[in-house]
Design a protein around this ligand. Structure first.
Ligand code: NOJ
Length: 538
């Protein structure tokens, strides 16, 4: 099985992982300090969010030099050192490249906007206004919140608009231009030659655009597949263009000219599952980062079954799914799932372990977002401390800062993340929720993750086995993973004890409750319990 299929990924938001040089911001050497931690936990690969040179308007997703490390994170030697040390410890590193757009401070953009006829004038998407002076299309910036601001910004110098699907400081590259493509491939080559194990391609579904079309609001096509809270969706002319799909095939070919590299696409739009498949059928990306799963997660076994079974059926043998319960763009899973629930800390821990069991036993590559393994929760960010550009326009709704706060290593003032005040506040629960305390407690969430990862590695059915859903109870999500033997996973999403009367005899290899290892014909599953059972029979 390919490493990116069977491995467990861990996502690092480098600003918040570990600060090694006391400036309040995490860095590459900080990550290097923690490599033994990943070995201890059983992590196979890291996905590190952008650490390239950037004015940090979108905290690294606005790059001003694709091939340089931003001084706040270290330098290229630090990266080489990190990579070499990680490889020695059998940990792979996937980097996050942002080839849909650059920073407005990138020398390419500065040159491009200097006139209408400089050599890079066509490296970005410049357009004349409509006859009435309005922007060329009605596209709205994906960061504009409810204000629905235009994705076009007027430039006085060129007397033209430029396109930015995200913030105005993130102008979109013009992929139609051969020289742009060449520059992007040069950058990929630079990092692949250094030895990185792959890329997470940011906003990869948007590389090419159809500039002739407006955005229209359409019906929610996902309704039939998933329960979703949105009533309608945007049909946009900048997602999954045929040219983009063709380009992805070229990128894949290019990456296959190196050995064993993984391509992971950040694919997003209202088209949901169809889009993931489009981008991950053979010859395209290895994996699409499954944001749909993350966004549609709910505390409801039937909904989850609907979600996962549709996904698994859809992917089938066509493509390889991924699973993700949190990332730097969304709220933390534990906070989302326990919102409005009256549960004490012990139940919260059970719930965290319940979702972890699901994440690490489904058929697909699991991604763990940093801090999930200790049960980190959203942190309240007062208005004057909001950093996220999107968060600023979303206020008073919370933006993305609450799930980006410093990793909680211990209970000290700055949680062992830094010696000085960090760039974002530390969660008040750090005295209890931290790596040090949880390492010392064999029943902690952290130890549970370690055991889960271990079981996943030990039992082939959990990696490559088929997945078949079992009808047990509306509150229970249960599935059997099967290869040369069978493993059953039973997850109780209710606070009730349920009697299970099934012929599932076997050994309980992991539960979030203390359990003896065998049970009889009748047994019960406790509130929010998760169980992994090695079946006696297939
Ligand atoms: C997706 C990234 O995950 C997000 O953090 C970023 O703001 C946008 N792409 C723009 O690059």
């Amino acid at each position: 099985m390919e490493w990116w299929k069977e491995g467990v990924f861990y996502q690092i938001y480098p600003r918040s992982f570990k600060d090694s040089n006391s400036d309040g911001v995490g860095d590459l050497n900080g990550i290097k300090e923690k490599l033994d931690y990943f070995n201890w936990l059983g992590i196979d690969a890291l996905w590190i969010c952008p650490f390239f040179k950037s004015p940090m308007v979108d905290f690294g997703y606005d790059i001003s030099d694709y091939d340089a490390v931003d001084p706040i994170f270290g330098d290229i030697e630090d990266f080489k050192d990190l990579l070499e040390n990680a490889h020695k410890k059998h940990i792979r590193i996937v980097i996050d490249q942002v080839y849909n757009h650059t920073s407005d401070q990138h020398p390419w953009f500065i040159e491009s906007k200097s006139s209408r006829n400089n050599p890079k004038s066509d490296w970005y998407i410049w357009k004349d206004p409509k006859p009435d002076g309005n922007p060329p299309t009605n596209w709205i910036s994906l960061f504009s919140g409810e204000k629905e601001e235009s994705a076009w910004t007027w430039d006085e110098n060129r007397k033209q608009y430029y396109l930015h699907l995200f913030a105005k400081e993130q102008p979109d590259l013009n992929w139609q231009n051969e020289n742009v493509r060449k520059a992007v491939y040069d950058s990929m080559r630079f990092w692949l030659d250094l030895g990185v194990d792959g890329f997470r391609f940011d906003a990869a579904s948007h590389f090419y655009k159809n500039l002739e079309r407006d955005l229209i609001k359409g019906p929610q096509i996902k309704k039939s597949l998933f329960e979703s809270s949105r009533d309608n969706c945007y049909w946009d002319p900048f997602t999954a263009r045929p040219e983009t799909l063709i380009e992805i095939e070229k990128i894949r070919k290019f990456m296959d000219s190196y050995q064993d590299r993984a391509s992971i696409g950040e694919i997003s739009s209202d088209m949901g599952l169809y889009l993931y498949l489009m981008f991950t059928i053979p010859g395209r990306f290895n994996i699409a980062f499954n944001i749909d799963f993350l966004e549609n997660l709910s505390f409801n076994a039937s909904n989850l079954r609907n979600l996962v079974s549709t996904l698994d059926y859809f992917f089938g043998s066509r493509a390889w799914p991924s699973y993700v319960t949190g990332n730097h763009d969304n709220r933390r899973i534990l906070s989302r799932m326990t919102d409005g629930m009256n549960v004490d800390i012990e139940y919260k821990k059970k719930i965290s372990k319940l979702f972890a069991t699901m994440l690490l036993t489904l058929r697909g590559t699991p991604f763990i977002y940093y801090g999930e393994e200790i049960g980190m929760e959203d942190t309240y960010i007062p208005r004057d401390k909001i950093m996220d550009p999107w968060g600023k326009s979303l206020w008073p709704k919370p933006g993305r800062d609450p799930s980006r706060t410093p990793m909680q290593w211990d209970s000290s003032k700055y949680a062992g993340f830094s010696n000085v005040e960090p760039w974002l506040p530390i969660n008040e629960n750090k005295s209890e929720i931290n790596v040090k305390a949880e390492m010392e407690d064999p029943n902690s969430i952290l130890h549970f993750y370690k055991k889960l990862i271990h079981e996943r590695k030990t039992h082939e059915p959990l990696k490559s086995g088929t997945m078949q859903f079992l009808n047990i109870d509306d509150d229970i999500l249960a599935y059997k993973r099967e290869s040369d033997y069978a493993i059953t996973v039973i997850l109780n999403f209710s606070d009730k004890i349920k009697v299970l009367d099934k012929n599932l005899k076997g050994q309980i290899i992991l539960s979030n409750y203390a359990r003896s290892d065998k049970y009889g014909e009748q047994f019960e599953i406790r509130p929010f319990e998760s169980m992994i059972i090695k079946n006696d029979h297939r």
